[in-house]
Structures are given as C-alpha cells and as structure tokens.
Design a protein around this ligand. Structure first.
Ligand SMILES: [Zn+2]
Length: 409
C-alpha cells in the first residue's frame, strides 16, 4: 500500500545506500559478476513488487469509488447519529473502513516485499514480530493522519465552494511544512533510535570542518539506528529550521572509512546548501494546486453539481483515486527533479572533499551494501528512480576531475 493519496510526505532527502551482513569487509572494488547478477535479480523483484502494488492500489481504489462506497456509506447511515448529509462522523468511519480494507488487500504483497524478499537477499535481520509492530505503528499513524486530513479536506470542500482547491493546496503546503519540521524530532524517533553523534571526537571534528560556513551545526548530525532491522545503510537530510539535521545510519557509520563518511556527509550538506527540502516543498505546493484543481473538475463531473455542499461523503474514494493517479502520473517528473538535486549534491560532495578515491569507494560500497544494480534500465530509472544509477554517479566523478584537469591546463 503506498501512502500517496493525501499524505504530504514530509520531504526529506533520503539516500539509497545499503550493507551486506555476510560481507565481512566491504570492498571498494567494483562489484563482481555474481554480485551484479544478484543485485539485478533483487532489483527486478523489487520493481515487480512495486508495479503490482501500484496496480493493487489503483484497482482497489477504483472498486472502492465505483462499487463499495455507496453500500458502505448507506450501511453507516443506518445509524441515527451518522445519518444525514455532510456527516463528519460517517465520513470519518468511511475513511477508516476504506483505509483498513486497503491495508488488508495490500498486506500479502507488503509482507512479501518488505520482509520475505529482504530476508531472501540477506538484507534484513528483522523478526516477523518486529515487522508486525512497525507495520502496525506505521499504519496507526497513517490512519490517524488520513482521518484528520480527509476530514479537513471535506470541510474545505463543503464550506469554501468553488475556491476549495486553492485553499486545500495552501493548507496542504502548511501541513507539509509542519510535518517536515516534526518528522525528525517526533516521527523518526518512533521508528528508529536517533542519537546525537557525541562519542567520536575525531569524527565530530571532521564533520565540523565540512559543515563550517554552511549554517549547519555539528549538533545537527545524528546517528540513526538502522542495524536493528536492516543491513542496508542510509543517510538523509531532514527537518526545517531548528529541526534541520543530517541522519547517518549506524550501518554506514560502522562500515565506512572516515574519508568515505566525509563524502556522504558532504553530499547531505550539499542538499542543505542547495535548499533542496524547501524547493521540494514548493514544488509539492505547485503540484498540489494542479492536483486539487483536477480533483475539483472530476468531482463536479462525477456528482453533476456545482453546489459543493451537495458533494456526498461517498465521493471520498474517488478523491483518493484521483490524487493517487495524479501522483503516479507526475512521479517521473518529480523523480527527474530529485535526480537533478542528487547530482547537484554529488558535485558539491566532490568539490567539498576533493577526494575522488573516497568518493568512488563510498559509492562502490553503497552499491554492494544495498545490492543496488549500478546500471538499471534507463526506462526504469526515468519512471521510478529518485536517485541516479550508481554507475552514473561514479562516472560523474571522473567527468568532474577530467573537467577540472582541462581547466588547469
Ligand atoms: Zn542525496
């Protein structure tokens, strides 16, 4: 189940890094034929799961919109306190029912891709019990957020008339800002152990030097406890203003050389310096204007009314479906922007560290750890990847240094 209906994902800039527990010493050499083959298989299965998940999402929401919504709504309306038009109680219960059914139909695939496959490829050390606890927590939060946001959306539709889509887009931007601010301090610690990087003075000094002059305090660098559940490593920039921080997975901190860690940190600092989180929020706002406007046109066409108070609660899954399809259609564009930002940060990391060897080493390790196919099919990259392929990122360093050599001469 993808949470892409109305949830304004707090924009973070997560990376796609990752560790093989059975590789005792992580090599910085290019991947072997066997490793490449395994990475390709993992990539293909992950892609197939992702595509199936999307098909399930669309099919389920279409069935919910055109078949289930009416009978469920009518059944709920039999209760006296849920009857009548514009009932927020009935709307809330409809959101809960649609969400829970969606979870149920997606569960087998979610478990297969998130647990079975990860174990099969030696990328997870998470027990079934722990997986269930995280899954329950994630969806408890997701459901609570969905109830609040869709009730707010319908309040806006019912009260603001034909201008609702503008107000909804502005509100959506506000919620995005708020969630971005809260994500690293309130949400992430619910899922992972997050601790300030305090014990390693040598590392702190290196990081302080790298972050010097960028407005990012070393106090903002955190250790993210990923190793309890995955061997994949990851790093990200998250938060806004005072909650701005860089989170480095323990799987990364424990397996990378200080020089390679510098490259990763410099890359995250690059996201900070180029203001990528705010840019992503603004792009999201622009996109949501279009998305809500299209939703408006669809609602008017589907319900046959211009009187927005008359829009029934049964329109809920149709709104969910429209926003999901719209998000999916725009994904290649969003991914292209994201890959552009990643290249900017990669370039920043190269220039800031000036260590081509460590840069190459870091990315070779990341590919190996993640079992990431360094060279996926270009169409797959175009449609689904938020990060450039690792082979391309490594090649960029050669290009960068060739260019600077040319300038010198
Ligand atoms: Zn990045």
């Amino acid at each position: 189940m993808s949470d892409q209906e109305l949830h304004p994902d707090p924009p973070t800039v997560p990376e796609q890094f990752g560790t093989s527990p059975d590789a005792p010493v992580l090599s910085t050499a290019p991947m072997t034929e066997r490793e490449l083959d395994e990475a390709k298989r993992y990539g293909h299965i992950s892609l197939a799961c992702d595509l199936c998940d999307r098909i399930i999402d669309i099919t389920y929401l279409a069935i919910a919109a055109f078949v289930l919504a009416g009978p469920i709504d009518a059944w709920l309306a039999r209760s006296e306190w849920l009857a009548g038009p514009n009932s927020y109680g009935r709307l809330a219960l409809l959101i809960v029912v649609i969400y829970l059914l969606h979870m149920a139909v997606s569960l087998p695939l979610t478990f297969f891709s998130g647990h079975v496959i990860e174990h099969r490829f030696g990328l997870s050390n998470q027990s079934v019990g722990r997986w269930i606890r995280k899954y329950a927590l994630r969806h408890t939060l997701g459901l609570a957020l969905a109830v609040v946001l869709y009730i707010a959306l319908f309040w806006i539709i019912w009260h603001m008339g034909s201008w609702w889509w503008i107000i909804a887009a502005v509100a959506f931007f506000g919620v995005g800002m708020l969630l971005s601010q809260l994500a690293p301090v309130l949400i992430m610690p619910l899922f992972y152990k997050v601790t300030r990087l305090e014990d390693d003075d040598a590392l702190r000094n290196r990081f302080a030097q790298l972050a010097d002059g960028t407005g990012l305090a070393i106090e903002g660098v955190y250790r993210l406890g990923l190793s309890d559940e995955t061997s994949k490593a990851n790093a990200m920039l998250a938060g806004l203003g005072r909650t701005r921080r860089v989170l480095l997975g323990d799987t990364l901190l424990d397996k990378f050389s200080p020089e390679e860690l510098d490259v990763i940190l410099a890359h995250e600092i690059g996201h900070h310096v180029h203001r990528h989180i705010v840019k992503l929020l603004l792009i999201g706002a622009l996109v949501s204007f279009v998305g809500f406007w299209l939703c408006d046109r669809l609602l008017v066409a589907a319900t046959g009314t211009n009187d927005y108070v008359q829009i029934p609660t049964t329109a809920l899954p149709l709104v969910m479906l429209a926003l999901t399809v719209f998000t999916m259609v725009l994904e290649p564009l969003q991914n292209a922007i994201s890959r552009f930002f990643e290249r900017q940060s990669d370039r920043y990391a190269m220039e800031r560290t000036g260590d081509a060897e460590a840069y190459r080493g870091a990315f070779q390790k990341l590919a190996r750890q993640n079992k990431a196919d360094p060279n996926p099919h270009p169409l797959e990259v175009f449609l689904f990847h938020s990060h450039p392929p690792i082979a391309e990122r490594i090649k960029a360093v050669d290009h960068c240094y060739l260019q600077s050599t040319e300038v010198e001469y």
